[in-house]
Design a protein around this ligand. Structure first.
Ligand SMILES: *Cc1c(COP(=O)(O)O)cnc(C)c1O
Length: 394
């Protein structure tokens, strides 16, 4: 008997022993405020479908139309025969929406980070990276081969000190941060970083995955939120969260976008996004440009839910966005809480170590514009019932 794969069994057993094994639930309904999860109807407090666009009739119709006109597959990478007119239309529309010079799309936000970071910096260069940056940023930094220096989370003073400590030791430098941090729902002090970047002549990049469609005027993102137009070199975005579809995007300085068309490896070596996806992304921009109703609804729901949760006595952490962590301490408590919520018909996932620090386990509620007042009331009632039963609130 060959033993070469025994290590997998051991690793899996260790995950299960430590409570780190991912039990993945299965949906059999479209995204929306209510879902069918493992055969049960539950209120959805888990998905990144911030504006309810994932099953929006306008997006579905646009995808269907593109399917009939262009077919299903892209057939090639962007740089050979995979660039269709709709890919270019999406890039133009996105750049205009964001108020930037230029934009280029990728297959996902994850790909956008893997494409961009190694195209901007290499072995002789340095990256200053927030210690809580997203996994796709971390992987992009590793791939680049540049020296990777972490700085204390959301601390411009620490960033500047780190830059001083490394003065003269590199060719080019790049500052990278998440815009919105997905575990705590706090945001980067990007205005301060822009000052630091300019002072030290460093490139500045922000990953706006949870800010797109959420922050700024009409959901134009974190750069718009701080009025930093033209001062951030690269914005990474995703069309898989608030946009409700699938895809990544890099927006910003035209020189960088042009460079990525030549040297962004997933652009050159992985096939283009499918026509229905691209058409649906364009339709999402149509919806966002039409009016601010969905973005306003998202924030109204967020303010209501946080206020009521605070009133019940829950600790909702430091979030300033629709991401609402309910701080519960130990991982076992978060898991138990989530399980009891599910029994009450509410789907909200627990997060524990190593996703968040030890002792800071939580349930993360993702508020959406798709939630009705009735949904939010039902969710709050379930939190109150379980919170009292488990002694989290009085
Ligand atoms: C979700 C996320 C991504 C990945 O986006 P996808 O389009 O889902 O690949 C990248 N960066 C951050 C900060 C994210 O939250």
């Amino acid at each position: 008997m060959a033993k070469k794969l025994e290590w997998v069994d051991q690793e899996i057993a260790a995950l299960k022993e430590n409570g780190l094994y991912n039990n993945i639930r299965t949906l059999s309904s479209p995204q929306g405020d209510w879902l069918t999860v493992d055969g049960k109807q539950v209120l959805n407090f888990c998905s990144n479908n911030y504006l309810g666009l994932a099953n929006h009739p306008g997006l579905v119709a646009a995808a269907r139309e593109a399917l009939l006109k262009y077919g299903i597959g892209p057939g090639a990478v962007r740089s050979i025969a995979g660039t269709m007119d709709i890919h270019l239309e999406l890039e133009k529309r996105f750049a205009k929406f964001k108020g930037v010079e230029s934009a280029i799309t990728f297959q996902s936000g994850f790909c956008a980070n893997l494409a961009t970071i190694p195209a901007l910096v290499g072995k002789e260069d340095i990256i200053f990276s927030d210690e809580l940056n997203h996994a796709s940023i971390i992987d992009g930094c590793r791939l680049s081969g540049a020296t990777n220096v972490k700085f204390v989370h959301a601390d411009p003073g620490a960033l500047e000190q780190t830059i001083r400590d490394n003065e003269g030791k590199y060719r080019r430098g790049l500052i990278i941060t998440d815009g919105v941090f997905s575990m705590d729902g706090d945001i980067a002090p990007l205005d301060k970083y822009a000052d630091v970047a300019e002072k030290h002549d460093l490139m500045l990049m922000v990953d706006d995955a949870h800010g797109e469609g959420v922050m700024g005027r009409g959901g134009r993102g974190i750069v718009d939120h701080y009025h930093l137009h033209g001062r951030v070199d690269v914005e990474i975005g995703t069309m898989s969260k608030a946009f409700g579809v699938m895809g990544g995007v890099v927006a910003g300085n035209a020189k960088i976008v042009e460079w990525l068309r030549q040297r962004g490896r997933p652009f050159l070596f992985s096939s283009a996004a499918t026509p229905p996806d691209v058409a649906a992304c364009i339709a999402a921009i149509d919806v966002l440009e039409e009016n601010n109703d969905l973005v306003n609804q998202l924030w109204e729901n967020t303010r209501f839910f946080k206020r009521e949760m605070g009133g019940l006595g829950f600790d909702t952490g430091v979030s300033v966005t629709p991401i609402t962590p309910i701080m519960l301490g130990e991982a076992e408590m978060a898991q138990l809480f989530s399980k009891q919520l599910f029994d009450e018909g509410v789907f909200a996932m627990p997060l524990g170590f190593p996703t968040v620090p030890k002792g800071k386990a939580r349930i993360r509620v993702m508020i959406s514009a798709a939630h009705t007042q009735d949904d939010l009331d039902k969710g709050l009632a379930a939190f109150e019932k379980v919170g009292k039963a488990l002694g989290v609130i009085k």
